[in-house]
Design a protein around this ligand. Structure first.
Ligand code: ASP
Length: 302
């Protein structure tokens, strides 16, 4: 990934000019495993500047698949323009037999050119489906059918440029959110810690010692963890670091005050958001507040 520039990728797609008039802008050229806060801020600002132009009706972003679910959710929360934004990736490299990139770009442009795509936040389009950024996760290491909206289903289908919409988005996106990257040069540090049998509190302590302002636990089951981890997190939450309980499981919700008494512990329950997406939302939330009650409301709304 990151081997070809944007114009080479655009020019590799036959008939793209029949769907829309396209021009490319290279923001960075990296494998998405190297995505970081600086690039997110740079990309969000570049995207908003591009969408603000009168002669731009929408944007397509080409991105590696590894962190696509995180970048798309970040952009969906901070991009105020209602113009369509669609992200695409590919599972097979451009040099592979049956490379999927050109087809995904073609369909992604078709979704971005559809007037119904406006105001829905960022969409992710691969393998003849497109998804809301909030819902979509990568589920398979190598298959072209890897992106799924696990608790729900895709936002729609797209085949050879024909777009069919399913469900509307019921969570707040774009201009409906309270987040903005204007004036932001950094994001607060949030670490994800994976729960497992015999989990100790050592990594939690290390995260806080190294400057984490928020911790997301990829909990067992309904966002649970060992007693030593819970006790340490309760103390950390009381000291002002925000603790979000998510789950290492692929499906289901982490429910507030169900298995763990979040009111008593001072925690936030992630609901439907997996650890990677919880981390994105918590980073943005911490730019505004460290009040767990207010942040819990954001996890319900966004
Ligand atoms: N590791 C690569 C990336 O996320 C995989 C891909 O290109 O999809 O950039």
């Amino acid at each position: 990934s990151g081997a070809y520039d944007v114009d080479t990728l655009i020019n590799a797609v036959p008939n793209l000019g029949k769907l829309a008039s396209i021009s490319g802008e290279q923001v960075v050229n990296i494998g998405s495993q190297d995505m970081n806060d600086d690039v997110w801020l740079q990309l969000a600002k570049a995207l908003s500047a591009t969408l603000a132009k009168d002669d731009v009706d929408g944007a397509l972003i080409m991105h590696g698949t590894d962190t696509l679910e995180e970048t798309s959710y970040f952009l969906s929360l901070v991009t105020k323009s209602p113009k369509p934004v669609v992200m695409v990736g590919s599972m097979r490299p451009a040099t592979a037999i049956s490379a999927d990139g050109p087809g995904n770009i073609y369909n992604g442009v078709a979704v971005a050119a559809d007037p119904k795509a406006s105001g829905r936040g960022t969409l992710v389009s691969l393998n003849d489906e497109f998804h809301y950024a909030r819902n979509v996760v990568k589920t398979n290491t190598t298959s072209v059918q890897t992106f799924e909206s696990i608790n729900r289903g895709p936002a729609g289908l797209v085949h050879t440029g024909t777009v069919e919409w399913f469900e509307p988005m019921d969570k707040k996106v774009g201009a409906q959110t309270e987040f903005s990257v204007d004036g932001l040069d950094t994001l607060p540090r949030v670490d994800v810690i994976y729960a497992h049998a015999n989990m100790s509190a050592d990594l939690i302590d290390a995260a806080v010692k190294n400057g984490a302002k928020g911790i997301v636990v990829a909990g067992v089951g309904d966002g649970n963890m060992t007693s030593p981890a819970l006790e340490t997190l309760k103390k950390i939450a009381a000291s002002g670091v925000v603790v979000v309980r998510s789950t290492r499981l692929p499906q289901g919700l982490v429910l507030r005050n169900n298995e763990v008494n979040d009111d008593e512990m001072g925690f936030v329950a992630s609901g439907e958001l997996n650890p990677a997406k919880s981390r994105v939302l918590l980073q943005l939330a911490l730019t505004l507040t460290s009040d767990p009650g207010r942040i819990q409301a954001m996890f319900y709304d966004y």
